[in-house]
Every structure is written in C-alpha cells, then in structure tokens.
Design a protein around this ligand. Structure first.
Ligand SMILES: Nc1nc2c(ncn2[C@@H]2O[C@H](COP(=O)(O)OP(=O)(O)OP(=O)(O)O)[C@@H](O)[C@H]2O)c(=O)[nH]1
Ligand SMILES: [Mg+2]
Length: 271
C-alpha cells in the first residue's frame, strides 16, 4: 500500500468502473460471517467512503447487545452515485451470521442465494429453508441474478477465539461458492481492536506484526490465501470520514469489484 496514493484516485477508479459483460449491469456481492463480525458496518463504511460522509444504512449493532443476530432478512443495498439518482454498478447483500441452528441462516439457503434463486427482501426462516413453491423463489436464475463475489467477514480481535464449528460453517459456504466458481475474499475487520498500535495510528496496519499474525490466522482457518485478505477498520463510532480509513475501505472495494468483474467476464468467454 502506497499511503501517498490519493484517495481521489481510488474514488475515480471506482466511479468510472463499468462491468465488462453486457449481460450483467450490476455485480452482486454477498457478505457472510458470524454475528457481530462487522458485515453491516463494512457496507456502511463502503457507502460512507463513497458518499464522503458517515452513513448508517445497514443497521449495525450497538456493542452492548449482540446476543442475537440482528439481520435475518436478506437485504440488498445499492450505493447511490449522484444526486440525479444513478447508482454504482454493484450491490451488497447483507445476511445474518449462520452461527446457531435456530437463530441464523442455514447453509442450504446460502446455496440458493449464491445461485440467484432468492429474491431480495426474503426473510429467512432458520427452521425452514426456502423451497421452490415460495413465490419469492426464482426458478431460472441467470448469470445476472447470481452472486459474483463472496466476501467472508472475520473480526481480527476474536478470530482466535472462534470455535471450530463456526469456522466449519463458514468453510461450507466457501466450498459451495468454490464449486460454482465464485471468487472469494476475506474482509478482516476490527484491526483497531486487535492491535493497540493500529488503534493509535491506522497507517501502521501493514507494519504491525499483530495484524500480520491475524491475517495468517484467518488464512489458515478459512483456507484462503493471505493475498485475498483485506484488513480494514470500519467506521463504527466516527462522526466524519478520514483519508486513511477511506483508502483501506476503497482499496478492498476495488479488489472485490475487480474479482467479481473477472468472474462475469470469464462466464462470457465460456458461453
Ligand atoms: N472497533 C471496531 N468495531 C467495529 C468494527 N466493525 C464493526 N464494529 C462493531 O462491531 C459490532 C458488530 O458490527 P455489525 O456490523 O453489526 O456486525 P454484523 O456482522 O452485521 O452482525 P449481524 O447483523 O448480527 O450478523 C458493532 O458494535 C460495530 O460498531 C471495526 O472495524 N472496529
Ligand atoms: Mg448486520
């Protein structure tokens, strides 16, 4: 990371981006991960960095009450590009963690979601996976309906303490996405909570031994190469945006969008 790289350059690149497959107007990005991992906060941070002000469209938890996952509805968020009403050509779908049977979304539902069978706004019933007779079930999804990049969200500060079952559930989703050829990245959140030096100065993120160690741990536990892991600090309590936080968020976004785009371009080649 070149810190002198202008936030404006990243913003311009993202603003000028257009998907390279005419069949797909909008790249669909799915955020998965356990409750409190920072999925909603990551979307809010992307939106804030692009709008140039703090926004809180996806409801994030307050730190005090994260006992039950907040989001069971599958919500797809667009990001507004300008006041004229245009949107960036990507969306984020935010779903609850699949942490416990009876509370979170089930892995069979994730499969349908990856395949583009689930309409936006569907509320998952943890005890009853979506079936073909549901009116919101899309029977013949095409490439544009499918998920084009899977983003696993892991918190740097607690990744070591996550039990094996939680990790196994995330690996199941990864495998499903892998079988469908969907590219995957990890967003490692809460770097500030994992390393006091980084909390003090976010620019130390790439020299911090602690952060390097956490990235290796995420890589090892989820089975994703380290170069697909993007460490970020989400906006979670700030009143204004700042350049360093924006750069990390926008750099991660740019990579996610590029992976998603490579995927839809490859599909075109295969047709
Ligand atoms: N310090 C710090 N706190 C964060 C960061 N990202 C998220 N948080 C906090 O972590 C808590 C959980 O974040 P959410 O974004 O609600 O997590 P989620 O993954 O959407 O959780 P569910 O909707 O339950 O699945 C909130 O209190 C956030 O403010 C971060 O980068 N640093
Ligand atoms: Mg959430």
């Amino acid at each position: 990371m070149n810190w002198s790289e202008d936030r404006q350059n990243l913003l311009t690149t993202v603003t000028n981006f257009q998907p390279g497959n005419k069949e797909v107007n909008t790249l669909r990005i799915l955020l998965h991960g356990h409750q409190g991992a920072g999925k909603s906060s990551f979307f809010n941070s992307v939106n804030s960095a692009l709008q140039g002000r703090i926004t809180t469209r996806a409801l994030a938890h307050s730190a005090v009450n994260i006992e039950h996952s907040f989001t069971l509805e599958c919500k797809t968020y667009k990001v507004r590009k300008d006041r004229a009403g245009s949107f960036f050509p990507f969306t984020f779908t935010d779903i609850a963690g699949m942490h416990n049977v009876g509370i979170g979304i089930q892995s069979e539902d994730i499969n349908q979601l990856l395949n583009g069978c689930v309409s936006d706004g569907y509320t998952f019933n943890p005890l009853r996976p979506i079936t073909e007779d549901d009116p919101r079930y899309k029977r013949n999804p095409t490439l544009k309906d499918r998920i084009h990049c899977l983003v696993a969200v892991l918190p740097a500060d607690t990744v070591s303490m996550m039990d094996d079952e939680k990790i196994r559930q995330m690996r199941v989703v990864r495998e499903k996405a892998g079988n469908l050829g969907i590219p995957q990245v990890i967003i490692m959140t809460k770097v500030d909570e994992a390393c006091p030096l980084v909390k003090e100065d976010l620019k130390k993120i790439y020299t911090s031994k602690k952060i390097k160690q956490k990235m290796e741990e995420c890589s090892c536990r989820l089975g994703v190469p380290v170069n697909c892991i993007y460490p970020v600090k989400n906006y979670h309590e700030e009143g204004t945006t700042n350049t360093t936080t924006d750069i990390l968020i926008l750099d991660a976004l740019q990579n996610i969008v590029n992976f998603a785009n490579d995927h839809v371009e490859d599909q075109e080649d295969n047709e």
